[in-house]
Design a protein around this ligand. Structure first.
Ligand SMILES: C[S@@+](CC[C@H](N)C(=O)[O-])C[C@H]1O[C@@H](n2cnc3c(N)ncnc32)[C@H](O)[C@@H]1O
Length: 364
């Protein structure tokens, strides 16, 4: 979703309850402001090629550049609802239905020839990329919270980030930190900068549960294939990590409930065991929730006896924005495209959107 490489803005969802792509028509500013004018589809694909796919996927960059200059494809894409026009979604569904991965020409021909199929998938699929590597950015904070921990993730996708205690971690190429029962098939590598508190041991997680509007089931071949297709073509290390994490989840499936981050939260939180510290995690999800709903979410978390650990676009929450501004001197505009790690709404670090880098904030 928006947390795909290079996401540059916090989008509004297009309709309540529909996790739209981060392409929605209105770009949100970090403070009440004037929405910018909607971007044309051609401009959106050009921007995707230049700012998001470049350096991440030559194939997607080529497709996006080609689309931006192709009147026939642009006309077809523009018939989709705005939140369904996003490049990452279109490219993934095209691959799902068999488009050749390579040069723009053959891909274009396939997509136009099979447009009804591509369109049908684009209308029902969501970009639900599940990135276990985000656990590497969360871990220094999670490990410092007194446990045992009951972990509840909102916007959990397939729930792969609900297994932070089952992954191995290596920070700055140092000694790896392993689960209590030994090295994991998933090794998460993360670079750090600043005074990141090194996790000494992995937390004890006694309960794990997630909420998603449309939870994906790693036991389902269709859902697994979709999760794999959401990984961009050249990202082979990500794909290997995803597959290994899916194996871990299949061996001990998570409790996932279908619902909205706010609506479903109190009910699921009430199922957490007593005697454990409830930690609500949100990573790469609240960007899909409109501002008023986000505020409701914050109130719902605050009403719980819980900690709230977030890895989200830096501009989403006033408390995070003001904390970042105070710590760094950056202004709203300079926070665009940055992601922040925060505990209970207090920012602690800038992080890479996929979790492979932590820049701890200086503390005065
Ligand atoms: C980018 S994925 C992130 C998944 C996971 N948190 C991670 O970091 O790998 C965002 C997920 O949030 C879900 N989502 C979006 N809006 C939601 C809402 N209002 N309530 C519940 N889930 C939502 C989507 O379905 C999707 O699976």
């Amino acid at each position: 979703m928006s947390t795909e490489p290079g996401t540059s803005s916090a989008p509004e969802t297009s309709a309540a309850g529909t996790p739209s792509a981060p392409e929605a028509t209105v770009t949100e500013t970090t403070s009440p402001g004037t929405p910018s004018a909607p971007e044309t589809t051609a401009a959106r694909y050009e921007r995707f090629a230049a700012a998001e796919a470049r350096g991440e996927s030559a194939v997607y960059a080529g497709w996006a550049t080609g689309v931006a200059a192709d009147a026939e494809l642009l006309a077809a894409i523009d018939e989709l609802p705005p939140q369904r026009r996003q490049p990452a979604l279109l490219f993934a569904v095209s691959r799902l239905v068999g488009a050749p991965v390579g040069d723009f020409g053959p891909w274009r021909e396939f997509v136009l020839d099979h447009w009804p199929l591509v369109r049908a998938e684009a209308l029902v699929r969501l970009t639900q990329t599940n990135e276990p590597l985000r656990c590497a950015a969360l871990m220094p904070v999670l490990a410092a919270i007194p446990g045992p921990i009951a972990l509840l993730e909102v916007g959990a996708s397939a729930g792969l980030c609900l297994y932070p205690d089952r992954f191995s971690y290596r920070y700055d190429g140092g000694e790896p930190l392993h689960p209590v029962d030994g090295p994991s098939a998933v090794l998460l590598e993360c670079a750090t900068n600043g005074l990141v508190p090194p996790p000494e041991r992995l937390p004890q997680i006694v309960w794990r549960a997630g909420i998603d509007l449309a939870p994906l089931d790693v036991a389902s071949d269709d859902d697994s294939r979709w999760l794999e297709t959401l990984i961009w073509p050249e990202q082979t290390a990500r794909l290997a990590r995803l597959r290994a994490a899916m194996e871990i989840a299949r061996a001990d499936p998570p409790l996932l409930v279908a619902g909205d981050v706010t609506e479903a939260l109190p009910g699921l939180a009430a199922r957490a065991p007593t005697g454990a510290t409830l930690v609500v995690v949100s990573s790469g999800v609240l960007v899909y929730v409109v501002r008023a709903e986000r505020e409701r979410f914050v109130r719902a978390v605050e009403a719980l006896d819980a900690r709230w650990l977030s890895l989200e676009a830096a501009g989403l929450f006033p408390s995070v924005v003001s904390g970042l501004e105070a710590a760094t001197g950056l202004n709203h505009e300079q926070l665009r495209g940055r992601f922040a790690l925060a505990l209970d709404g207090d920012p602690l670090a800038f992080v890479a959107p996929h979790g492979d880098r932590i820049d701890w904030l200086p503390r005065g």
